[in-house]
Ligand binder design. Structure first.
Ligand code: CA
Length: 240
């Protein structure tokens, strides 16, 4: 086992990136920890200004945004990020369960709405639904040609045979699969699988792509991972 593989076995892998904007420290900590245990990479902002900055500058797969926030309130953050063209799915959190708040939130561009107090399990389930909706993949199993990726059990099969795969390889493959038929840059892959504090080294991505090719493409006539010169990688069933 080489160094990169050893690293991948050591950590449970964050796959999707979530930006969490919540000023109540204890609640923020519980949500962050819970989401990390679910395998997400979480960036936390403690006020609306910091949250808006993150949402505008870092790519995220979804955001959890509290309404009552210091500096800039959640609804203003939401309206400003939507005006900037951000399509990041947003789950709004609020302490007030009033219909007018709900309507205002949804009108401003929230994708879903959760009233405090809530069970962590409900937040996690709603986030999963938002991300699925965004990627337009409704099922737990993603199929590309004769490859099957089970996003619940994290099992990968090709031609009906299970392929042993490391956690980091899986994270990259799943990300490519969510974006299937779309070119994904090395930087984008790196940003989605590493936390913010991680040094982005796109060479590492190439190394993992090679491991993946050896596992899922090498023995098969139909290749699924393709290099797009100067742009990145694409996972697709090529028909030519
Ligand atoms: Ca708050």
């Amino acid at each position: 086992m080489n160094a990169a593989e050893a690293l991948s076995e050591k950590e449970r892998l964050p796959l999707m990136r979530i930006i969490l904007v919540e000023d109540e420290k204890q609640l923020a900590h519980i949500i962050k920890k819970g989401l990390e245990e679910e395998g997400y990479s979480v960036d936390l902002a403690h006020d609306g200004e910091e949250g808006l900055y993150m949402l505008e500058n870092f790519p995220a797969d979804a955001a959890v945004l509290d309404i009552m926030l210091p500096k800039i309130d959640g609804l203003s953050v939401l309206s400003r990020m939507r005006k900037m063209g951000s399509k990041t799915p947003v789950l709004l959190l609020t302490a007030r369960d009033t219909v007018s708040d709900k309507i205002k939130g949804l009108d401003t561009g929230a994708d879903d709405y959760l009233t405090k107090p809530f069970e962590f399990g409900e937040l996690a389930a709603r986030l999963r639904a938002l991300i699925r909706r965004k990627t337009e993949i409704k099922e737990a199993v993603i199929r590309i040609a004769d490859m099957e990726i089970n996003t619940a059990s994290r099992e990968v099969k090709r031609g009906g045979r299970t392929i042993p795969i490391s956690a980091r390889e899986y994270a990259i493959l799943e990300y490519l699969a969510y974006k299937k038929d779309t070119v994904v840059s090395r930087t984008e892959i790196a940003e989605h699988i590493y936390s913010e504090e991680f040094d982005l080294d796109s060479n590492v991505i190439d190394v993992y792509i090679n491991y993946l090719r050896n596992k899922i493409d090498k023995e098969f006539k139909k290749k699924l991972i393709h290099t797009v010169r100067g742009a990145g990688y694409i996972l697709k069933e090529r028909t030519e």
